[in-house]
Design a binder for this molecule. Structure first.
Ligand SMILES: Nc1ncnc2c1ncn2[C@@H]1O[C@H](COP(=O)(O)OP(=O)(O)OP(=O)(O)O)[C@@H](O)[C@H]1O
Length: 303
């Protein structure tokens, strides 16, 4: 794989003008979080489909559009975002209550994995997990220390599956929209449908599906192969009545870069894989723009 001389962070700092995002409506009955203009939940019907990898690279791709972005790793079963972003140590908490998010590759990040010992197994019952996660969401100083600090987008990597924890989280967290990550096999077994139903049940709008590992790119010759046939993602999205936001390649660089803490989008922003994430991120933002805006109340910062 070609090496790119300039890091993503340097590129981002030097050339991308900030474009503050419009805040969009959340589920009826919930109040938007003051520090978050748009919270986007990333879910999947089952584990191992590449949800965290997709969430992190999409967060970077959205940041590259000029937005202030954070990622919250809510995957209590296997918090992998610290590794994917190369984060270690504990986040600061000056007053013992609020938590300063960590930063990597130009985005903010917080993970349940940063708050516990690295080797300790997370065997939490539903209520414990959901209250820990809602606390983490609310007590993190997203967007900086100032009173009016805000992120344009917070990408929340939900635990895989559609059990109680996922349902409660989808119900309690004020979400502007959800994205469902599937693989071609996942599509075949209809696990993605369960995730769709779950979000529907709690009135969270699904912005679309992302088909991960859709085509294989040979690391030697770059040959592209549709291992699982073509058009599956498109068909299933049409069947469910939601857009297919993008199809991502099964690419060794995506895995390798995730393992070493510099996601492919940061490592090789001009690669074909990064381009696929960029196109998917743009489609996601375009879908979000179609959603109703958050209501503006006097004194609120949701302009
Ligand atoms: N498009 C891709 N190409 C190559 N490898 C990928 C791709 N997407 C994900 N992977 C790899 O697949 C493995 C699982 O990915 P990831 O941890 O993102 O899945 P997940 O759905 O979040 O898993 P879980 O939530 O069950 O822990 C990782 O090793 C990751 O690097």
């Amino acid at each position: 794989m070609p090496r790119f001389p300039r890091t993503f962070e340097a590129r981002r700092m030097s050339s991308i003008p900030r474009r503050p995002a419009t805040a969009h409506a959340v589920q009826p009955g919930l109040k938007p979080l003051p520090r978050i203009r748009n919270l986007i939940a990333v879910g999947s019907g089952k584990g191992g489909v590449g949800k965290s990898t997709t969430a992190v690279n999409l967060a970077l791709a959205i940041a590259a559009e000029g937005a202030r972005v954070g990622v919250l790793d809510a995957d209590v079963y296997g918090p992998s975002i610290p590794t994917m972003l190369g984060l270690t140590g504990r986040p600061d908490s000056p007053d013992g209550k609020q938590i300063v998010p960590m930063r990597a590759h130009g985005i903010e990040a917080m993970s349940i994995g940063l708050m516990i010992e690295e080797d300790s197994p997370l065997i939490w019952r539903g209520p414990m997990a959901t209250s820990a996660l809602t606390q983490l969401l609310e007590q993190t100083l997203w967007g900086g220390a100032g009173e009016d600090a805000q992120l344009d987008y917070l990408i929340v990597d939900l635990p895989p599956g559609t059990g109680d924890i996922q349902l409660t989280l989808a119900q309690k967290i004020p979400v502007a929209g959800a994205v469902i990550v599937t693989t071609p096999q996942d599509v075949a077994t209809l696990d993605a449908r369960k995730a769709l139903k779950m979000f529907e049940k709690v009135h969270v709008p699904v912005l679309g599906l992302v088909e991960n590992m859709a085509v294989h790119v040979c690391s030697n010759c770059g040959h592209v192969e549709h291992l699982f046939g073509q058009g599956g993602g498109q068909r299933i999205a049409a069947q469910y009545g939601v857009p297919l936001l993008g199809s991502l390649p099964l690419d060794i660089g995506i895995r390798e870069q995730g393992d070493v803490g510099t996601p492919i989008f940061a490592f090789a922003p001009d690669s074909a894989a990064a381009e696929a994430y960029r196109a998917t991120a743009r489609a996601l933002l375009a879908e979000l723009e179609k959603r109703p805006r958050a209501q503006v109340s006097l004194g609120a910062q949701l302009l």
